[in-house]
Write a protein that binds this ligand. Structure first.
Ligand code: COA
Length: 702
């Protein structure tokens, strides 16, 4: 654990620079909150005019404090912050929590950079600026201007929005989701999400990390730390709509990368994405209290058929469809229910079920090796008391002799259920007031288990690549003043990264074209190669299915004629002669450089699927072949690759290899490639491979 960051987040002593004697000021509130919430370390208010605040002795300047100061909370106006940062540095303060607004979020990047630069000179770390402060139950520390510590619990919240943090702090009590820490990080001038993930991963009081994100500054570093993290991470990403992204930009100065790329990056790094604030609380409750679900066998125990059906629907919706329990499980469960109950799955112990039914049913089910996780549902009835049912469920789990499997409960009813829910949550059992929420919680525990498995894999790197050769081709194009490669050059770069490009060579004259066509074998395709004609078909500069020498000679003349008609002064390198790949399923592979996450792979089926239906999926590069197979099943039209209407499946393995190699190419050449695509790539029947027919690479500006 980084000792400086630890000193800032778990300080043994705190100064408040800009502490005030006036009760309505933020500089007063922070002192008051530290005192009222029970912080036990020394507190040093700094104010040029005051003698004491709330019984703490005041000092006119941080340098006058005769003791060690771990962290200083800053509540002076923005223009004064550089001066006090230097003074804090000279004093040897380890870090600052800068509450003050008025930096990059209002466009003053220079002021923010100046403060960070000064802090770096003294080895100080900064939280903020533009924050509420830092709260920690385990340290009884409320170094913020929100009035109270959150409901005690095991999660940690890191929020880019201060106001949302204040609201969530209060909501922890009504939602009954406990947090040990709440950290407001505002503009992330220095410490950012990645630093805090690394820190909280080692924090003994944190079991799960919840993030409210408007923008990530360094996407690859965020992914790297999230991948290393062994605790669940939940992210609520705001600003997915264009208007929302603009609002986020003016709120914390965040630049929004594409929402789809964020989604992909979270998934690849094992981060669970919350859909909204409610989902963020519900998922945090489950992931902070329960172990992940290791297998797919979910068993539901219910006293109500209706909620059982709702839960069954939810299980399918959230990707954890129910299976019938094995016969031995059913036989045992039948002993604890009336004859009209059902022991299949959901296990309906009926509305007549009392304490014994719940106790015996849950105890047996939880301990059975077939069961990977249990959801217990209860509808309030006149013959049962919700509190007693809650106790029966809890005792059953405790006395089952099993552990390490997740459980979630839903108590559906009135006030008595509310009280019983609270009782269960206090005993670390996530409990919800609707059946679908309990099932959704379980599905997130299952998904977390799977995501953590792949997230920890190292970065993919294929063996058979020749980066040097690719870089030479690119350097050659740059030397000629070009920022786009010709198709032939792009194909040679693809080839250097092990991609199966359809054999293509450049002919400089008609005779050479005939020679190359004969070498490649008829039929061939001929296309103009000119840096000035990127849309070759529009220019009438592509001819396909050329079957013999005469065809080559005719096509040569026509292509040159059309090209010059399209652009009279076009610079022409020659004509590409290419093997005519037989037709099969067309897909598109492409890349963009995302503003946040860098080189990102795009994949979809060709033609209308991509153009009209926008049926494409993204992954941050590089990806391995297993992830590339997942990518193929993510598109809506994936069934076409799996084989429809009597067609054989396409060669998805070969396509996975292409996607993985392509992703490594754009990752390895990220300083050179701004944008690229292989369009189309023809995918043949299983075992017959893949052929990259066209290639385009646009270079980065240098
Ligand atoms: N050293 C120590 N104390 C100093 C100082 C210095 N160099 N310069 C000023 N102070 C004292 C002032 O005397 C004042 O104390 P007083 O009230 O006893 O006179 C105190 O620091 C605060 O300074 P003041 O000029 O009165 O500022 P303010 O309290 O009106 O506002 C901020 C200061 C930081 C609260 C304000 O600039 C701000 O940024 N507000 C927004 C904060 C926010 O919302 N953040 C979260 C966003 S989500």
């Amino acid at each position: 654990m980084d000792p400086i960051i630890n000193a800032v987040l778990k300080p043994k002593s705190i100064a408040i620079i800009g502490a005030s004697t006036k009760p309505n000021k933020i500089g007063f509130k922070v002192v008051e909150n530290l005192k009222n919430c029970g912080y036990t370390g020394p507190v040093y208010p700094i104010n040029p005019d005051a003698e004491e605040i709330l019984g703490y002795k005041c000092y006119p300047n941080i340098k006058d404090v005769p003791y060690v100061v771990d962290m200083a909370v800053v509540t002076v106006p923005a223009q004064v912050v550089p001066t006090i940062t230097r003074e804090a540095g000279e004093k040897g303060v380890k870090g600052l929590s800068i509450i003050t607004s008025g930096f990059s979020e209002v466009g003053d990047h220079a002021l923010e950079e100046e403060v960070v630069k000064i802090a770096r000179e003294y080895g100080m770390r900064i939280i903020g600026p533009n924050i509420i402060g830092v709260l920690s139950n385990s340290d009884k520390m409320n170094a913020s201007f929100t009035n109270f510590l959150p409901l005690e619990g095991k999660a940690a919240l890191v929020s880019q929005s201060g106001a949302l943090l204040i609201a969530m702090d209060a909501a922890t009590y009504t939602r009954r989701v406990g947090f040990d820490k709440m950290i407001s990080i505002g503009n992330q001038a220095d410490l950012d999400f990645a630093d805090l993930i690394a820190y909280l991963n080692e924090d003994e009081n944190t079991t799960c990390i919840t993030l409210y994100i408007e923008g990530i500054k360094d996407g690859p570093r965020f992914m790297q730390e999230a991948r290393k993290c062994t605790k669940p991470i939940i992210a609520l990403k705001a600003g997915s709509s264009a208007h929302g992204a603009a609002a986020a930009a003016s709120h914390t100065g965040s630049l929004a990368g594409s929402a789809k790329v964020y989604e992909a990056a979270f998934e690849q790094a094992g981060v669970a994405q919350a859909l909204d604030l409610n989902d963020m609380f519900d998922t945090t409750l489950a992931l902070s209290l329960q172990p992940t679900m290791k297998g797919d066998n979910l068993l539901i125990v219910t006293n109500g058929g209706g909620v059982g059906v709702l839960a069954t629907d939810a299980a399918e919706k959230y990707g954890l469809p129910l299976k019938f329990a094995p016969e031995d499980v059913q036989a045992e469960l039948r002993k604890h229910m009336p004859s009209f109950g059902s022991a299949k799955n959901p296990v309906d112990i009926t509305g007549q079920a009392g304490l014994e039914g719940y106790y015996e049913g849950v105890k047996y089910a939880y301990a059975h090796p077939w069961v990977d996780g249990v959801v217990v549902l209860y509808c309030e009835t006149s013959v049962t008391n919700p509190q007693e049912i809650a106790e029966a469920i809890y005792n059953a789990l405790q006395e089952s002799g099993a552990s390490g499997k997740p459980v979630a409960v839903s108590l559906i009813g009135g006030d008595r259920c509310e009280t019983a829910m609270k009782w269960l949550i206090e005993r670390d059992i996530p409990t919800y007031n609707a059946p679908d929420l309990a099932v959704k919680a379980m599905a997130s525990l299952r998904k977390q288990n799977e995501m953590l498995k792949t997230a920890h894999n190292g970065l993919y790197k294929p063996d058979d690549v020749d980066s040097e050769k690719a870089r030479q081709i690119i350097a050659g194009a740059r030397a000629k003043g070009r920022n786009a490669l010709t198709e032939v050059e792009a194909k040679h770069v693809f080839k250097a990264y092990g991609l199966p490009v359809a054999p293509t060579d450049l002919a400089h004259n008609e005779d050479e074209a005939v020679k190359l066509a004969e070498q490649i074998g008829y039929p061939v395709v001929m296309k103009i190669v000119s840096p000035d004609i990127l849309h070759k078909s529009d220019a009438g500069a592509v001819k396909v299915n050329i079957k013999n020498e005469q065809g080559v000679r005719d096509a040569w003349k026509l292509i040159l004629e059309n090209s010059l008609a399209y652009k009279a002064d076009a610079e022409i390198d020659g004509v590409a002669i290419q093997e005519m790949a037989p037709w099969a399923t067309e897909v598109i592979v492409g890349s963009v450089n995302d503003a946040t996450f860098g080189p990102t792979l795009m994949f979809g089926l060709g033609g209308i699927f991509v153009e009209v239906m926008k049926d494409v999926t993204f992954k941050v590069a590089p990806i391995d072949e297993a992830t590339a197979l997942d990518m193929q099943s993510e598109i809506k039209s994936s069934k076409i690759l799996q084989g429809v209407r009597g067609e054989l499946p396409r060669d998805q393995k070969a396509l996975a290899k292409v996607l993985a190699h392509y992703s490594y190419m754009i990752y390895d050449l990220q300083d050179e490639i701004a944008e690229s695509d292989a369009n189309p790539v023809i995918v043949y029947e299983d075992g017959q491979g893949v052929s990259v027919v066209d290639a385009r690479i646009i270079l980065t500006k240098k």
